[in-house]
Design a protein around this ligand. Structure first.
Ligand code: GLU
Length: 578
């Protein structure tokens, strides 16, 4: 996880501007941050990047690297924040990823007298470069050091008095932004888009030597390589001060999804649908909310008589013997950088499967490594809890389903219903429910068929930002054990759709009979509901209407519990480590 940036300018660059650039990556990790410069300055802080701004006056530098961390090795502390330095405090590195052989390297370096200041895996990189720099120039030393690393890494290294950045990527993203007399490098384009539209995406094992006017790329395995410059014209989203958090802003803009997702993608949807129709075996591969969206896809394909199977990306390797050249992998990811998903598709590729992906971030590794991709086109999502991208994934599967079924559909209708759900009176009603739920220790959520997807996703939303334990079940499954946990006033949220209504209601009555409080999320009322969250009626699209009130509920619960929903504890948006 974590975000890294680097800048090399012909002129001095303001550190504060560099930190603004870093701030655009804060969604990737936010437990601590730091920067280092070619003048030999370094500063670090625990907590958000705001705290780093306080340490900067009007400092400028020609070469700057910076890091916003999501700890993997070593606790959250100033000493473990990046950049890490060599013994002489002259070489600084920032690292995204995990160095798997760091213990072995640390011992090797300690034997040679190196002194370590942190508990991270990353620090070995600075000392390794220092070790090789004894007999090689800085560039050569970096190359030698990088070639000894195992694991996943995007690294930027600088040296006091040396006006270039040397970097490498392997399984963690790095993209270069080309400016005028200044070049940029970062974990994703999002950090750089305010400054340029010209990008170079680095490949695995690419080593980059970045100057203010030149960019040299060598691949550790292939030698000299040329990577194309890609023009990317992404609109910079305006800061909207009407909202206190990105999450609620992103919830409130969900109606816009329907304007873009299909219009910009018609041809791609048809090709995608065709591939599904003609595939013998289909596996969905995803993690978190994207996995829930995949389960929705799986239910929809089942309705069409098409066999598929969702597999959690982190578990994929256990199923690799089921995968072959006739297999279609549908990889679903917001960021397109999720390490588990990338790992899974690489395994599938090695078995000659076809990879089709549904992804939000243009230029992401998943997009680039797929045989074909569908872009969600719903704009950057900065809140850690997925909201609009989840709805966009559901919409993509809904459209594919309609195409495969040869059935007309109106996204205009979906848009109108979503707008209705986002209305003020609806939010006020959910606010009252959050008052009741905020004191609860446990919440159970049930649904059958596609409504089970809503239960799963709503439980995840509630857990990740309100920290209340929430657990989802297919409604019929509760009685096989978990019903034992239901006692007086335990809340159970019940998702109803026309197709599974009667059986799910029976399960709701079973919970009620044991004292549970029933909150129905449904187009129709029933006496079993203690509270009824009325939603618009729908068929396969109903999941979209079920989940939106739940996103609002999770948000309000987080606020009432004093949590910042944009920065939930222990989490980060883009999970680039295994
Ligand atoms: N493994 C490194 C650390 O724990 C980097 C983690 C990251 O990618 O933020 O500091």
């Amino acid at each position: 996880m974590c975000g890294i940036i680097g800048i090399v300018g012909k002129q001095d660059f303001e550190i504060k501007e560099a930190l603004k650039m870093l701030k655009r990556l804060e969604y990737r990790g936010y437990d601590s941050a730091g920067y280092g410069t070619s003048s030999g300055n370094i500063a670090k802080c625990v907590g958000k990047i705001e705290n780093l701004f306080e340490k900067v006056n009007n400092e400028k530098a020609r070469v700057i690297i910076a890091h916003t961390r999501w700890a993997t090795h070593g606790n959250v502390s100033e000493k473990n924040a990046h950049p890490h330095a060599d013994c002489k405090n002259e070489i600084f590195i920032v690292h995204n990823g995990i160095i798997e052989n760091f213990l072995e390297l640390k011992n090797f370096l300690k034997e040679r007298g190196h002194y370590f200041r942190s508990d991270t895996d990353s620090e070995v990189i600075a000392h390794l470069i220092e070790e090789f720099n004894k007999e090689n120039n800085f560039e050569e030393a970096c190359k030698k050091a990088f070639s000894m690393l195992k694991g996943s890494f995007a690294i930027l290294a600088i040296k006091k008095g040396y006006e270039k950045i040397v970097g490498i990527r392997k399984d963690s993203p790095l993209v270069v932004g080309i400016g005028k007399n200044v070049n940029y490098i970062a974990s994703d384009i999002y950090a750089i888009i305010p400054y340029t539209k010209n990008f170079i995406f680095l490949h695995n094992y690419d080593i980059i030597i970045l100057d203010s006017n030149s960019i040299r790329i060598e691949n550790l395995k292939e030698g000299k390589v040329k990577r194309p410059i890609e023009k990317i014209d992404v609109e910079i989203e305006e800061e909207d001060n009407n909202f206190h958090h990105y999450m609620i802003k992103e919830i409130m803009e969900q109606h816009k999804i329907f304007d873009y997702i299909f219009e910009k993608n018609k041809e791609n949807f048809l090709i995608f649908a065709d591939r599904i129709r003609n595939s013998k075996k289909i596996f969905f591969v995803a993690a978190g909310s994207s996995f829930h969206a995949s389960i929705y896809g799986y239910y929809l394909l089942a309705k069409l008589g098409i066999y598929s199977q969702p597999i959690l990306a982190s578990e994929f390797k256990n199923f690799k013997n089921l995968v072959d050249k006739d297999t279609l992998i549908i990889a679903v990811s917001q960021s397109g950088e999720t390490a588990d998903v990338l790992d899974a598709i690489r395994i599938a590729k090695s078995m000659n499967s076809k990879i089709y992906s549904i992804v939000n971030v243009y230029g992401s590794t998943l997009m680039r490594e797929s045989d074909y991709y569908l872009l969600m086109n719903c704009g950057f999502e900065r809140g850690v809890a997925a909201t609009k991208t989840f709805t966009a994934q559901l919409t993509a599967f809904y459209i594919l389903y309609k195409i495969l079924k040869n059935e007309e559909f109106s996204l205009e209708e979906l848009r109108a219903k979503v707008l209705d759900l986002l209305g003020k009176s609806r939010r006020e009603f959910i606010d009252k429910i959050s008052e009741v739920l905020k004191e609860k220790q446990h919440i159970f959520l049930i649904g059958r068929g596609i409504s089970y997807v809503s239960a799963l996703e709503a439980a995840l939303k509630i857990k990740e930002i309100s920290y209340i334990h929430a657990e989802a079940f297919p409604a019929g499954e509760l009685k096989h054990g978990t019903l034992a946990l239901i006692e007086k006033d335990v809340p159970c949220i019940v998702f109803l759709d026309e197709e599974n209504k009667d059986e799910t209601l029976s399960n709701a009555y079973e919970v009620k009979a044991r004292g549970g409080t029933i909150i129905g999320v449904s187009p129709f009322n029933d006496p079993v509901f203690d509270i009824w969250i009325k939603i618009p009626d729908g068929r396969e699209d109903i999941v979209i209407y079920q989940i939106i009130p739940m996103q609002i509920l999770a948000y309000l619960l987080a606020i009432k519990k004093g949590n910042n929903p944009d920065y939930p504890r222990n989490l980060a948006k883009c999970v680039t480590v295994k």
